[in-house]
Ligand binder design. Structure first.
Ligand code: F3S
Length: 420
């Protein structure tokens, strides 16, 4: 692999052992993928923040880097932790478990991360610009910045993402290269009236449907409404990246690399075409709905973390109501969006209604073996949560719109309607 003089110096240990080790790993991974050079980045986002993702061995590795002088070379935000920093006790974490998360947090802080602890950094402080090369991980965030912002990102593996942030370099491979950003499959939406795509749950279901079909190819979507909002794209990005492993999609007329179908396919015409109808979406909804009883134990929103705008929408619907006895309603977000929700008054409305707003963390990362939610029925508007919580927390799922989530929380029952 070609290295600049500066990169060679890092590899020789002239900038410290931690940075040297990080560079060695970045180069090894680049070689595995056939990269012939490294690309400098100006910003990074790290996924490997939850103790339950990287466990003791991963924690020791991060501590090793931090103790040997490794620092983030560029502004670097970071994913949710395994604990809510202020309220971990109230949320049921044990002291032993909280301390393990704290060890990892301390190592990252020593390395100079910006402590956002969120999986949606693009809605807070870290939004790359068009064509900017970034060191990125967290599957929804990679898909979002690649597709919606037109940045250049790849699904970097956990730990390698840390090494890239420390060296300020990524290997030149995959979606970093323009030729790998061409669409592979056209999804043409047909037969959808104006009642569709009014709520992010439709974007989640569509994302999951497309992700399952293309896995890691590049889908091009034709027919999404012009009113599609960033939060809708967030839902679509997360679901496509977890139903499949989509790292990049194009939405014709809406995302920057797809002003036209021709542009999305880089002028080629040998692509597959699939028609998506309301019946396909309804069949997907049915498959995601695994709960057999209408009883609701938990309503979970915020996978990925809710924006202040989404929190305000939920607060508007919850105003004057209460979460039903026997049902929990959790909203996951980060401290930054939470503070905005406090300023707008939305957070107080929700908390008075009995909604739990978690910060810095993710329900799927909060357990070290205990099965507190096992067998419960969850209601969520998130395609990613519909994929992860049954596997990680052993729960069953009903998908619902934002209004449907609120109704389920207030009544303790699922209405049977995904989109109302
Ligand atoms: Fe975020 Fe956890 Fe979902 S990290 S995207 S809330 S699985």
């Amino acid at each position: 692999m070609y290295l600049t003089d500066y990169e060679q110096e890092i590899l020789e240990g002239k900038h410290g052992e931690g940075t040297r080790m990080a560079m060695e790993i970045v180069i090894k991974m680049g070689e595995l993928y056939g990269a012939d050079r490294l690309i400098p980045v100006k910003r990074a986002h790290i996924d490997a923040a939850a103790y339950t993702t990287i466990w003791d061995a991963g924690t020791e590795f991060i501590e090793y880097l931090a103790d040997h002088g490794a620092k983030c070379a560029v502004p670097t935000t970071i994913n949710p932790l395994s604990r809510d920093i202020k309220n971990w006790k109230e949320l049921g974490a044990s002291e032993k478990f909280a301390l393990k998360s704290k060890r990892l947090e301390d190592a990252y802080l020593k390395m100079g991360v910006i402590p956002t602890w969120t999986c949606a950094p693009y809605q807070s402080t870290n939004a790359p610009h068009f064509k900017e090369v970034v060191s990125w991980s967290e599957s929804n965030a990679v898909n979002y910045v690649n597709s919606v912002l037109g940045a250049r990102a790849e699904r970097l593996p956990d730990m390698v993402d840390v090494c890239c942030a420390v060296t300020g370099r990524v290997p030149a491979y995959g979606r970093y290269l323009d030729e790998n950003r061409k669409g592979d499959v056209l999804f043409r939406l047909e037969g959808f009236d104006d009642t569709w795509f009014q709520d992010s749950v439709d974007f989640a279901v569509l994302g999951y449907y497309i992700g399952e079909i293309v896995v890691n190819k590049v889908p091009v979507i034709e027919g999404l409404p012009e009113r599609t909002m960033p939060d809708d794209f967030k839902a679509l990005s997360a679901a496509a990246a977890s139903g499949g492993a989509v790292a990049l999609f194009h939405a014709v007329g809406l995302t920057p690399e797809a002003p036209t179908i021709e542009a999305a396919f880089q002028g080629t015409s040998d692509y597959e075409i699939r028609i998506v109808t309301p019946a396909d979406m309804e069949a997907m909804e049915k498959r995601l709905n695994t709960a057999t009883s209408d009883k609701v134990d938990m309503v979970l929103m915020g996978c990925p973390h809710l924006s202040a705008n989404e929190i305000a929408e939920v607060a508007g619907l919850m105003k004057g109501k209460k979460v039903c006895d026997g049902t929990q309603f959790w909203i996951m977000t980060c401290e930054t969006q939470y503070n905005l929700a406090v300023r707008s008054g939305a957070a107080q409305i929700l908390e008075e209604a009995g909604v739990v707003i978690t910060k810095d963390t993710c329900l799927m990362e909060m357990d070290e073996g205990d099965r507190r939610w096992e067998g419960q029925n969850f209601v969520t508007n998130s395609g990613k949560a519909a994929q992860y919580t049954p596997a990680i927390n052993r729960v069953k799922i009903h998908m619902a719109s934002t209004a449907g989530c609120v109704k389920a929380a207030v009544s303790g029952r699922f209405s049977g309607e995904v989109r109302r």
